[in-house]
Write a protein that binds this ligand. Structure first.
Ligand code: P6P
Length: 334
């Protein structure tokens, strides 16, 4: 039985020079906020935290009470710590931390991803990304607009049958499971790896008539199974909670896709680059997988706006490369 706590793990990373003391504080503070969110999520109807908050976020989506509670929990935890400013899916603008200008870190998060699943008791999660400050003085939104490759740390906390924290600081991917007795995260996997091949795909099939041809080609081949070009049968999963779907991909392989579709042709995709796709993409790459927007690695994208969206194809390396090659073939008219 493991006894390595998240704190022990981060202390060892700091001692080895992999992370600084201030980055360690950011991660420990975020993790403790996630423990609190896990407690609140776990109360469900008993805590009066279910249902709609009667408001909309910057995305134009109806906010759930827990969306706002999770956001407020993370915001409150990071006042007066090591973060200079915060950005959230639930907030239009960035939020500088009073007195935090000298801090070296920027924290971005989706406080409760998959919130449409909250009221039906399906796994949801908090996704977070840490970027370095690139300037001095008052923090501006422009300072957040860094490619995902600049991340210093990224992770998520999934609130499911277990509450688990999945984290990377660039030294592979570690998994911690919340010990509810002690309230501490204990290390349960020290080097998560994504199998390069898979027989499992995740996509919302109800959108199939709207997909681009390369996506339709790929999924059609998966559906034809061993009777088609792939010569093997595939399974499908779609939880409609990115944290849960990506956690499955990280845990046993698979390909997760939320691609561009023609419902909103000017929108690259549904998922947000800065605080969903970038952290998940770094985790997947650090675990030996791949993540592209069908044209290039997601982590190489230069953001133009804080809440911009992106097409996401991530998971088992060989499958992601196959989908990307189909898009390239279409571009070249093959
Ligand atoms: P759809 C949840 O609302 C979310 O942002 C992701 O967590 C999830 O992968 C996706 O949207 C599900 O979208 O269109 O299938 O409901």
């Amino acid at each position: 039985m493991t006894t390595t706590t998240l704190e022990h793990h981060l202390e060892a990373q700091q001692a080895a020079g992999a992370i600084s003391a201030s980055l360690r504080r950011v991660l420990e503070t975020t993790a403790s906020a996630c423990v609190r969110i896990s407690q609140l999520v776990g109360q469900g109807a008993l805590g009066g935290v279910l249902g709609s908050a009667g408001s909309e976020n910057v995305q134009g989506e109806v906010q759930k009470k827990l969306d706002i509670i999770a956001n407020d929990t993370l915001m409150a935890a990071h006042q007066g710590g090591s973060v200079a400013a915060l950005a959230s899916e639930e907030m239009d603008a960035i939020c500088p931390v009073p007195g935090g200008e000298a801090c070296e870190w920027l924290l971005l998060f989706d406080p409760l991803d998959g919130s449409s699943n909250i009221d039906v008791n399906v796994s949801i999660g908090t996704i977070f990304s840490v970027l370095p400050r690139t300037g001095t003085g008052p923090v501006t939104e422009a300072e957040f607009l860094q490619p995902g490759r600049q991340q210093a740390a990224a992770g998520y906390c999934i609130y499911g049958p277990q509450t688990m924290l999945v984290l990377t600081t660039g030294c592979g991917v570690q998994v911690f499971t919340l010990d509810r007795n002690s309230g501490r995260f204990l290390l349960t996997q020290s080097a998560l790896r994504v199998p390069e091949d898979t027989k499992e795909f995740a996509i919302n099939m109800s959108n199939s008539r709207h997909w681009a041809p390369p996506v339709r080609r790929y999924i059609t081949e998966c559906l034809l199974g061993k009777d088609g070009a792939r010569g093997k049968d595939f399974n499908m999963r779609w939880i409609a909670s990115m944290v849960a779907d990506v956690h499955r991909v990280l845990s046993r392989g698979g390909i997760f896709m939320y691609p561009w579709d023609k419902r909103e042709p000017n929108r690259p995709g549904k998922l947000r680059l800065m605080y969903e796709a970038n952290p998940m993409s770094w985790l997947v790459e650090q675990a030996g997988g791949a993540a592209t927007n069908s044209q290039q690695p997601i982590l190489d994208i230069q953001p133009a706006a804080l809440h911009e969206r992106v097409s996401v194809i991530l998971g088992s390396k060989n499958e992601v490369e196959r989908v990307t090659s189909y898009h390239n073939e279409e571009k070249q008219g093959v």
